[in-house]
Ligand binder design. Structure first.
Ligand code: BTN
Length: 251
């Protein structure tokens, strides 16, 4: 008995310990699991963050992954990251006092008062042509713990005024919001998701430093384009960034 009631079409697999809920969801995908399979674990022994980083996963925080069987092409796969980020931000905001300042940091972190409270790791596998076989949306939300030494300041729901927030509450809240945003995305289009994300955007119009795989760029976070790329305004013009880490520009 997990005490978790997920809406349709979700089907919960609740584990005590796993290497990574994303890896378990990928194994289930390979074994033919259906859209909406949710893997939730109390702790992870090999939790992963974006760009190969470790995601410390001791008991008390939320670690979950949703398996999606996409009906959209690979060219739209990155948009799912914003769908998940908005759903996670809405779930975080609903758990906190009404005056909490909840924002989304490009591409898919959730911040409270400018500190990271949740991260998303999206992984996909291509099928034939432009089709996708699966996407796994991995979400970690800090409830009880947060890393003190992260390269971006972090926090937790308990530290930000929601001492009673629990993993089952956040899991249910995220899944129902993720499903609602998924439906809006497919029915109305990415413009609706983009608008909601921009309503919570962190650092829009501000000078930022963008760290890419092989270079670091400075400029102004000018916009989010129609496909979800960060538009960086520089002296010489504009650059569209599709993957990287964003930090406030150093003075
Ligand atoms: C990031 O901000 O770098 C993304 C962090 C994603 C962490 C979650 S926890 C559940 C799922 N399983 C993992 O191994 N990673 C994601």
């Amino acid at each position: 008995m997990t005490g978790v009631a997920l809406p349709r079409p979700f089907r919960l697999i609740a584990l005590d310990t796993v290497d990574s809920t994303n890896d378990e969801a990928k194994r289930l995908a390979a074994a033919g699991a259906a859209d909406g399979t949710v893997v939730w674990a109390r702790r992870q022994t090999a939790g992963r963050g974006r760009r190969g980083r470790r995601w410390v996963s001791e008991e008390g925080n939320l670690y979950c992954s949703v398996l999606v069987r996409p009906e959209y092409p690979a060219s739209e796969a990155a948009q799912a990251t914003f769908v998940a980020a908005i759903a996670a931000a809405d779930a975080v905001a609903a758990a906190l006092p009404p005056d909490a300042y909840v924002t989304c940091k490009w591409p898919n972190d959730v911040l409270v008062e400018g500190r990271k409270v949740a991260g998303i790791l999206l992984e996909s596998a291509a099928a034939a042509g432009e089709a996708l076989d699966w996407q796994v949306v991995g979400l970690g939300i800090n409830l009880a713990h947060f890393p003190a030494d992260a390269e971006f300041p972090a926090t937790s729901l308990h530290a930000e005024g929601a001492p009673d927030a629990t993993e089952p509450d956040l899991l249910e809240s995220f899944c129902s919001r993720f499903q609602a945003w998924r439906v809006t995305w497919r029915r109305v289009g990415f413009a609706a998701v983009r608008r909601a994300w921009l309503g919570r955007a962190h650092g829009l119009g501000q000078p930022v430093t963008v760290r890419l795989e092989r270079e670091t760029l400075g400029g102004v976070f000018a916009a989010l384009d129609e496909g979800g790329a960060l538009v960086l305004r520089q002296d010489g013009g504009e650059r569209r960034i599709t993957a990287g880490d964003v930090f406030p520009a150093a003075d």
